[in-house]
Write a protein that binds this ligand. Structure first.
Ligand code: BEZ
Ligand code: FE
Length: 290
């Protein structure tokens, strides 16, 4: 139905009410948000019951947040594809550097510093080793870069989220050596469902969507004078690569975990006593100014 003059007046007044916002960017954001919200209500002819259901949904989304590992608003942004849209806008035209992906709600700050090749898995799984380098866009090694890593246990839950797991399980801060090399001993990542016990889970179920994410290892890589990289490495053969619940998969971030025997020189060097999988990936970070 066409917008009535009364409806148009409300929208104009609401937008104009922010007209004196001193900060120009904030003014642009709130005025544009108001315009788009009103256009949405107008397009779907939002009923009072639907509006109230929306308010209740957002209220329970906030109530689900615990300030530590459960951040239902990030989860909502993720399943709406908004997080990956913001990621795409923020990382335009950076073809020669490693692609970024969704941060997710399960990062915990201040996890243990780990040695080169140290095992971060205190729960069982298929033993795995991930190695590679961190360089700048000209191939120069970045020594002493920090790689903050997090991953679920084979039950599909992160330590912190799952209180049964030892503190710091499958988390840690590694550093590159003087040649920019890193080595992480862990277990093979598994696919897992994002939490479905809150309002975002209800939204997925009401809309017939599955909650699964393909198996991945999270990285946040920091080096002085370089832009921080938030990304994942995805197992190349995961069945959910083409239907990630949060749209985070990029082809360049797929890795193959190759089976290796116990007598493999790398196995001996990193203390594996039986078969393990090995994946290799070289990260490239852009300089801050680029
Ligand atoms: C994650 O990979 O940890 C994640 C990302 C988005 C939503 C939920 C979980
Ligand atoms: Fe994850």
């Amino acid at each position: 139905m066409k917008q009535t003059p009364a409806e148009a007046t409300i929208t104009e007044k609401a937008i104009a009410s922010f007209g004196n916002t001193p900060d120009a960017r904030l003014r642009h954001l709130v005025q544009s948000l108001t315009r788009h919200l009103h256009a949405f209500a107008q397009e779907v002819e939002l009923s009072e019951q639907e509006w109230l259901a929306g308010i209740r949904f957002l209220t329970s989304t906030g109530q689900m947040c615990d300030g530590l590992v459960r951040q239902e608003f990030i989860l909502l942004s993720d399943v709406l594809g908004l997080s990956m849209l913001v990621d795409a806008i923020s990382h335009r035209a950076q073809s020669e550097v490693t692609e970024s992906t969704v941060f997710g709600p399960f990062y915990i700050e201040g996890m243990a510093d780990r040695e080169y090749g140290e095992n971060m898995a205190f729960t069982p799984g298929v033993p795995a080793l991930v190695t590679g380098t961190v360089t700048d866009a000209d191939g120069r090694p970045l020594a002493n870069a920090t790689l903050d890593i997090w991953q679920t246990a084979t039950n599909g839950m992160y330590s912190g989220q799952d209180t049964e797991q030892p503190v710091g399980n499958l988390r840690g801060r590694y550093r590159t050596d003087h040649q920019g090399r890193y080595a992480i001993r862990t277990v093979l990542p598994v696919s897992y469902p994002i939490p479905t016990d809150g309002p975002v889970g209800q939204l997925l179920s009401a809309t017939g969507r599955h909650p699964w994410r393909p198996a991945h290892l999270h990285f946040m890589i920091e080096a002085p004078e370089h832009r921080t990289l938030v990304t994942h490495l995805f197992n190349h053969d995961d069945p959910y690569l083409d239907s990630d619940a949060v749209f985070g998969v990029k082809d360049s971030l797929r890795v193959v975990y190759t089976p290796r025997g116990a007598s493999d020189p790398m196995g001996e060097a990193f203390g594996f006593t039986g078969e393990f999988r090995h994946a290799s990936y070289d990260f490239v970070l852009p300089r801050v100014s680029s």
